[in-house]
Design a binder for this molecule. Structure first.
Ligand code: ATP
Length: 214
């Protein structure tokens, strides 16, 4: 197993959960090895990229044998902290927020939404078994529940103010579903998912780069 301090390039790191999910399914179906071509077909990443990615994990595929599924799973579990649950808070229990609370993330990986926050009449209820608290208690409950990641599904107009409140605690990451571009201190990482932009970009690609089969 490679040294844990080995730095994996960010683009590779982003593909880890994808590989991990596929390998777990392979393992569950009793497969012991997999070729980069099979992996490539399943996760839609070209096989040269897969071979390069896997070389960072110390997994060197053998010609005619492929990769050892157990070895890779062990590596991913360790690297993705699968033995440890990352505690998540969700802020903004609107349509999108409610959908996330009802979706059980724990099924696929070890992240769990422990608490949710809002300012509306949803405060005091439970959605998908997650209690919804008032924003007045944000800092205290983030601290008490050891929250490391926050999902933001509030209106864009309040996103930065809320982010400034989170910044002071132990939170290390924000998954931002609002269109607002957030300013954060260097110890916090923001991943921004703007569904409207993604959809628009897909439509643009469909129009301007149509598939060759069409
Ligand atoms: P969505 O955009 O998730 O589909 P929506 O259209 O139902 O939601 P929004 O107006 O976007 O509603 O608000 C999302 C949620 O954020 C609502 O439940 C709202 O009560 C909540 N919210 C609004 N302001 C704040 C705030 N300052 N702090 C926390 N939650 C807030």
């Amino acid at each position: 197993m490679p040294n844990e301090s080995v730095k994996i390039p960010q683009a590779t790191a982003k593909r880890l959960p994808l590989y991990y999910r596929f390998l777990k399914n392979l393992h569950a179906s009793g497969k012991q090895r997999v070729s980069s071509a099979e992996l490539s077909e399943a996760v839609k990443v070209d096989s040269a990229t897969i071979r390069r990615d896997f070389s960072y994990f110390g997994a060197l595929g053998k010609k005619g044998y492929g990769y050892n599924v157990n070895y890779l799973l062990g590596f991913f579990r360790k690297t993705l902290d699968q033995d440890e649950v990352t505690k998540v808070a969700l802020i903004g229990v609107g349509n999108l927020g409610t959908a996330f609370l009802n979706y059980n993330f724990l099924k696929n990986n070890n992240t769990k939404i422990e608490v949710a926050f809002d300012v509306s009449d949803k405060v005091g209820t439970k959605i998908g078994k997650v209690p919804v608290y008032h924003m007045d208690d944000l800092e205290q409950l983030i601290e008490e529940n050891d929250i490391q990641v926050v999902i933001l599904t509030v209106p864009a107009s309040v996103a930065q103010t809320i982010t400034d409140r989170i910044n002071k605690g132990k939170v290390k990451g924000i998954l931002n579903f609002t269109p607002a571009r957030l300013s954060v201190p260097s110890h916090i990482r923001v991943h921004h998912i703007d569904l409207a932009v993604e959809l628009q970009s897909l439509v643009y690609f469909l129009k301007h780069y149509p598939s060759k089969d069409q």
